[in-house]
Design a binder for this molecule. Sequence first.
Ligand code: GLN
Length: 487
Amino acid sequence: MTQPSLIEIRDAIRSGQTSSREYVQTTLQRIEQLEHRLGMLISHDAERALAQAEQIDAKIARGEPVGELAGVPILIKDNLCTRFGTTTAGSRILENYRAPYDAHVVERLQQAGAVIVGKTNLDEFAMGSSTENSAFKPTRNPWDLERVPGGSSGGSAAAVAAGVVAGTLGSDTGGSIRQPAAFCGVCGLKPTYGRVSRYGLLAYGSSLDQIGPFARNVRDLALLLHTIAGKDHRDSTSVDEPVPDYVAALDRPLRRMRIGYAEEYFGEGLDPEVRAAVEAALDVYRAAGAEVVPVHLPHMKYAIACYYVVAVAEASSNLARYDGVHYGHRTARPKDYLDVYCSSRQEGFGAEVRRRIMLGTYALSSGYYDAYYLKALKVRTLIRQDFEHAFADVDVIASPTTPTPAVRIGEKTSDPLAMYLMDIYTVSVNLAGIPGLSIPCGFTRAGLPIGLQLMGSHFAEEKLLRIAHEYQSRTDWHTKSPALAQP
Ligand code: GLN
């Protein structure tokens, strides 16, 4: 059975065919059945969600106008601030933190009438590729409970794959939306840097972070992007570009499609089954009349090194605010004033976060700044220029989202570098600030999902989504769900 899409749920509620209350109840039942097996959520509030659903149902019954997502249950990553409940970022240091304001995207979802049922699990402060770095619990992959869902937005990806909700939000600093989307067989979009306001997103790498949606198909991604995109004066890096009607654009015919194929994405370490699935996806495009042309991204080979300098440098600065004074956990019996900081941070942060703070502090320290941080910024410019040159000739670039399918729980935890290498195909998109998405393009023989990544030029989400939609109109990979998603 195929799971209903976000738009189908929205339309069923709007027409009175079903109520929001019914859908929210189904979501709550699915959470009840699956949460102990999957570990998708950090918190949820059934009473609040049901009350909101009833309000929407009453409005619809009275014939009052309602928003684009009226009554639709949604889950959001727990690094997005909400006035209700807690906002933990998957960290002990914020275990009981209650945000005094809503993130911009939360306001937008609520204005559209969405019912935010709960908040999803993540790697602590979004640092990781497997959701094993959550301070609370790992999330499991709905296709194989012994495997990771990817990360850091693992809970958001798993919840869509498991049929708990049809749409979620995550954040993507180096792949945290696209990589778990690929591992869980769902769709995920990282918008252009500046497309969506980061106001109320707990910062990791501020020049890389973007918020974006997960869903089962591209049409739903388009609707969610339309809901959250646009200028917000509270994030000065959000851009005042018009927000097109991404959903309506999907049905306009594409006059031409030039798809870039970069050798650099098909090199060493790429699993043969992943390669075959992505090559087959390119054949689908060829059959649709697209031209597949070679492009060159010569600086791609430095992307991981560059990303893991820039991201950790920014993280070390951003995480300085968790000092035991302003926010969150404070050590119980400090020896002295300095110990308030040291012990609070030592107790509050997990091992990976501490590792990154140390790496970032080192890369920014005098004597090393020029050798590491400044050098990485220069490499970053070269990577961005590689993409600019490529996009002068093609509409999108296609690649695998990840070099392998989902790995086993624990498989990479003892080797941080091996974990970082899982991000090899995703980080350059963030370094360049361009949009990228992942859609399902097949399965391995063992039944694990494979993701196709499509990358576009700055603010070209409309074209990117249309080209992704073209693939989904010719294939049915995105309609498959794991056995446990069947009610
Ligand atoms: N895995 C990458 C990291 O750990 C990306 C995480 C993310 O996009 N938030 O930094």
